[in-house]
Every structure is written in structure tokens, then in C-alpha cells.
Design a protein around this ligand. Structure first.
Ligand SMILES: [Zn+2]
Length: 343
């Protein structure tokens, strides 16, 4: 491979991008040279670094801490032969996580049944040369493709990754949802704001074949939604894979503890639990008094209860009647006199 040595490491002067023999930045690039932050900006940056604990950290506190991995292990994992081994495993496993069946997710190759550290120990690998000649290390029958979450589960004692999932409905209040972070939306919401993941739980073919007048407008929006998903390359959770949507991730219905779903928001909350979010915030989901929303509300509340029971913090932003008694009900007992009147 051009620009690499026999170990697959990049050699000095290798080409990173086509047409750029020196890499991304040429010497003397004026991209940032000469520009200086004002004192005010510097102070802001310092404040953010301090608040978020982003300062220079070493060892266990460093974000790249790999649990004490040795320089040799690191070198092995970054060599060309390792890339080939990984790629062969992904191809054999059809780019699918062998544990949860998730496709189109970020995959990692896991040494299995004999773990990577076990191989180094058993075969007493001390140098890169020993590693390259150790057949067990490069045996694709001792490896499997796993998604990041499933791979993390194979590492005992690894702390659960803290992350917040922001679920955004299309009702009033959706505009208050933050732009940053793991933002999930549904249907055509992505035409109006950025999203990290979108949900389209309707049957795509049935939707597209509806041609009665009542649905023409809806179909137009649907076509625009599909075009936008593909243009932006956003992952979309759907019932199943579909040729129109290469980024589709089938909803893991088989993995759900109960098949009870009456709205997209319910699927979204269940999916956030499945993806092991540690916090869920919901915006734009008022479900105000409308009769047809009663069944949706019950189901969303069930999945929120399920999430909370797993220790996930859940916040539903106003306006909403989710997790609230109707105003005229008050809080049973506390806000009632004993004759059925709110006091
Ligand atoms: Zn998985």
C-alpha cells in the first residue's frame, strides 16, 4: 500500500488526501496563522474548559484512557494487518453485530473466543515481530463483529457511558429543543431542524402507493422527507430495511420486553432505553386533550416508567400532559378534601 511500510504504518511524507502530497495542511498554511482570540474569547474558552473539566488530564481521567493498554497492544491495533483482520471479519459477518443483530451501526472487531489480552499473554508476545507472526492473533475464526455497545459489554468493569437522548416530537414546544447532542426526531421534522437520528415507523411502501386526494399532501411531505434523509445521510430507524433508504436501521422489535407501541414517541423512548441512554428529555409532545391521543399518552407513559425503572432520568418539557394528572383532577388525596373536591 502506497505511503505505508511493511507493517502497514504510515511513512514520513505519505499522502493522506488525493492530490495533497503533504497531508491535510501544507506548511505555511494561512488557515489560522495570524488570527488571535480576543481576551474576552480566551476567558470564555477557559471558563468552558473549567466547567466541563476538559483541561489536560492524564491517565484514568483522560478521555482516551483505554484501561491501561500497553504501547505494544496499541501498536498492534493500529497496524495494517490488524485493519485487514478487522475488515475480513466485518465482511464475513455481513457488517452486522453478531450479538444484537444491529446493522449499519459503528462496528468493532472483537477477539473471540480467545480475548486479545489472553493471546498476548499465552503466546508471550513482547514485540511487534512476534505479534505479526502469531497466527492466533490473525485467525478470523477467533473474531466477531460487534457494535460498540455490545463490545463494551464484553469489557468487565467498564463504567456505563453517560449520555443524554433528546427526543423531539412535532407538537408545540419542539422549537425549544437544543441543537447540540444526541437529538432524535420523527417523520418530516428533519426538514425544519437538524437531527442526529430520525424515526420513520410508517410502512414506506403503503405510504407511497396512497394516491387519494386526502393523502396527496402527506405523500409529498413523505417524498421530501425521504429525499432529505438521503441527501443528509442521516440514520433513520424504520420497521425494516428499504431500498429507498440506505441508512435505515430496523427497529429491534424482537428485543423489546413487550410489543406495545401506539406512537413514534413510544418507539423512540423504548429505543433510547435499548441504546442505554442515561438521561432522556422529551420536547414537543403535548398530547393536549385531543381524544385520539389518549392511547398514545398511556403507551408513552408506560415506556417512560420502564426507562425510569432502569434508573434513567426522564424529563418531559412543557407544554405536555404526559406524567401530569389533568388539571381538574389534582393530586389524589393531597389536593382533595375527603368529599371529592379539590381544595
Ligand atoms: Zn450489538
Amino acid at each position: 500500500m502506497k505511503g505505508r511500510n511493511e507493517r502497514g504504518q504510515f511513512v514520513k511524507g505519505h499522502s493522506v488526501l488525493p492530490g495533497s502530497e503533504k497531508g491535510w495542511f501544507e506548511k505555511g498554511s494561512t488557515l489560522w496563522v495570524g488570527k488571535k482570540h480576543t481576551e474576552e474569547t480566551k476567558e470564555k474558552i477557559r471558563k468552558v474548559i473549567k466547567e466541563k473539566g476538559l483541561g489536560l488530564q492524564k491517565g484514568e481521567n483522560h478521555i482516551n484512557w483505554k484501561g491501561g493498554i500497553s504501547p505494544l497492544a496499541m501498536q498492534i491495533r493500529h497496524c495494517f494487518k490488524y485493519c485487514q483482520w478487522r475488515s475480513n471479519i466485518f465482511t464475513r459477518d455481513n457488517f452486522t453485530c453478531t450479538r444484537c443483530g444491529q446493522e449499519g451501526e459503528y462496528l468493532e472487531a472483537h477477539h473471540y473466543p480467545m480475548a486479545f489480552s489472553r493471546i498476548l499473554e499465552t503466546y508471550q508476545i513482547k514485540t511487534m515481530e512476534e505479534a505479526l507472526s502469531c497466527e492466533k492473533l490473525w485467525d478470523i475464526n477467533n473474531g466477531k463483529a460487534l457494535c460498540r455497545e455490545c463490545h463494551d459489554k464484553t469489557k468487565p468493569g467498564k463504567p456505563r457511558k453517560e449520555w443524554k437522548c433528546t427526543i423531539i416530537g412535532k407538537g408545540p414546544g419542539w422549537e425549544h429543543a437544543p441543537v447540540e447532542g444526541e437529538t432524535w426526531g420523527l417523520n418530516d421534522l428533519l426538514l425544519y431542524r437538524p437531527l442526529k437520528l430520525t424515526f420513520e415507523m410508517h410502512d414506506i411502501d403503503k405510504f407511497r402507493t396512497r394516491t387519494t386526494n386526502a393523502y396527496v399532501g402527506l405523500c409529498d411531505a413523505f417524498e421530501r422527507e425521504i429525499d432529505t434523509i438521503n441527501e443528509l445521510g442521516i440514520p433513520v430507524v424504520t420497521q425494516k430495511k428499504h431500498k429507498l433508504l440506505p441508512t435505515a436501521i430496523p427497529f429491534p422489535l424482537d428485543k423489546m420486553p413487550v410489543k406495545y407501541f401506539t406512537s413514534s414517541i413510544a418507539y423512540m423512548v423504548a429505543y433510547a432505553v435499548y441504546k442505554e441512554a442515561t438521561e432522556i428529555e422529551i420536547y414537543g409532545c403535548p398530547l393536549l386533550a385531543k381524544e385520539e391521543y389518549n392511547e398514545q399518552r398511556q403507551c408513552i407513559e408506560f415506556w417512560i416508567g420502564y426507562a425510569m425503572g432502569k434508573g434513567i432520568k426522564v424529563t418531559v418539557h412543557k407544554p405536555t400532559n404526559i406524567l401530569t394528572a389533568k388539571p381538574h383532577m389534582g393530586l389524589y388525596g393531597y389536593e382533595w378534601d375527603n368529599w371529592g373536591n379539590i381544595v
